[in-house]
Write a protein that binds this ligand. Sequence first.
Ligand code: PMP
Length: 405
Amino acid sequence: AETWDSVPLAPPDSIFKLTATYKSDTFPQKVNLGVGAYRDDDNKPWVLPVVKKVNEILLNDPAVDHEYLPITGLPEYTAAAAKLILGADSPAIKEERVVSVQTISGTGANHLGALFLSRFYQWDGPKQVYLSDPTWINHFAIFRNVGIEPLTYPYYDPKTIGLDYTGFIGSLESATPRSVFLIHACAHNPTGVDPTKDQWKKIADVVLEKKHYVFFDSAYQGFASGDLDNDAWAVRYFVERGVPLLICQSFAKNAGLYGERVGALHVVPPSKDAANRIKSQLSVLQRSEISNPPAYGARLVSLILNDPALFEEWKRDIRTMAGRIIDMRKELHELLTEKFKTPGNWDHIINQIGMFSFTGISTDQSLALTEKAHIYLTTNGRISMAGLNSHNVHYFAENLDKVVR
Ligand code: PMP
């Protein structure tokens, strides 16, 4: 037998496969609502004006070289990134107990966070993590890769196309104390359904009571409401309440730096002493995994975050993206309810938040959209709102109406 005979053929990644099928489709009115990447009103990738500007600055800076960054990344980047998510006047930052490590975007932050917990969390029983049902599909593989078994907690209620709040609280209450819960910080992927502030407060109460550990995944800060502080509310509230937690942060979406892989892991322990020990171990892990993170994207983000004028420009760019998405939600909702009088309630389209919307349509209806109308979406009925624009939203609404009738 040949050496590699025992290697089974793995299926292609479904979301990247969907993009490839879309690209090879020659139908002029085709629509891609699969991948969660921002597109402008002409369906083009958008380089943020502020990113163009800092790009120029970097390219013309004679002091820029191609040396290695430190193991934990560019210090002025990680410090500013921590302030961005935790708030500039965060008590945890003041008390010097935030450990920040630059990672390979949000995926790398999830991986490093999971690896760290796998090695160092004081597990009372088997290594397990609770993931929302549903969640970003990659969470499962990321935790399995480091020997942590994924379990799920109820999150989405198909009957209301909203949050299964009772189910969520129920599983926080019934999980063994000190369990690890992965929670999306804002703009939940794939549902677009976030808890309200009152619900967050109650979630924090139960988390504290049961001494659970919160693994926050923050991949969309700014994308939910268009406001960076607003979208960090839950994280900051949990820190203020003293919930033990870590945060995975990505600049892929909010800075449009998908391919540059700019992210960070922030661990927030109760003391500076614990922070120092955690940082030393994260450095050891990082060294063996990637040695040190890539420099370019972190330099771009660092320039934006550390310059007040550029920071304001970035906020404007974020409002442009979030605003266009919110406009598309309104337009789609109006077309369905007023123009086509599509059967059913479509209010969730405007109530959901962020890049994605869970339409509530079935697998068969999702497949029919692709087969009959060349509209590409995942079979769970999730659509990326960023794939809609003023030129195709009517075509999409018309065909959605047809498949649900
Ligand atoms: N977490 C969630 C919930 C996401 O949706 C994504 C992007 N799809 C990520 C993390 C990580 O993305 P990236 O590695 O590109 O930052």
